[in-house]
Ligand binder design. Structure first.
Ligand code: HEC
Length: 138
């Protein structure tokens, strides 16, 4: 009986490991918060408001909220040239920040759900993986 129980628990932890659901949205946002404060806030600001006409805001940014794939691509490959955010044209450059797909997903989930931003979706590393550089070339 003891042996059976042992196999049962071993089996459960085995399946638990492989079938475990991916991290929750709340966990992703929590990781994303750390990434934001390490990599992004020095430019986009602690409240996501950006800096004058030099750095675009993330808070209530129509670019971010309406172009999620483009925003992911910007983080994955770097973003250069003219973009319009809330009616203001920025013509600047954001370097690739060295984040992997999982980290990009986490920081996207964070910025999409901070500072009054609300997004029902959940960005995953698999989704980030699929975004090609070509969508940035207009
Ligand atoms: C060195 C400053 C700098 C850092 C660090 C930086 N950005 Fe940016 N970011 C910019 C600039 C400048 C632009 C506009 C680029 C352009 O004009 O083409 C931009 C554009 C964006 C955009 C699209 C426009 C918008 O405002 O919605 C998003 C989304 C974004 N950044 C998110 C992030 C995230 C997330 C991080 C951290 C992982 C980050 N940025 C780190 C400077 C920075």
């Amino acid at each position: 009986m003891k042996l059976l129980l042992m196999f049962y628990f071993l089996g459960m932890s085995f399946f638990g490991y492989f079938l475990a659901p991916q991290k929750s949205k709340a966990e992703s946002i929590k990781n994303g918060s750390e990434i934001y404060h390490d990599f992004c806030y020095r430019c986009h600001g602690i409240n996501g408001v950006g800096q004058d006409d030099l750095i675009p805001p993330l808070k209530s940014s129509d670019y971010l909220m309406n172009n999620i794939d483009l925003s992911i691509a910007g983080l994955k490959y770097g973003l250069k040239g003219k973009i319009t955010v809330n009616g203001i044209v920025y013509d600047s450059y954001m370097a690739y920040q060295g984040l992997d797909n999982d980290e990009i997903a986490d920081v996207m989930n964070y910025i999409l759900n901070q500072w009054e931003n609300i997004n029902e979706g959940f960005i995953t590393a698999q989704q980030v993986e699929k975004i090609p550089k070509s969508i940035l070339e207009k």
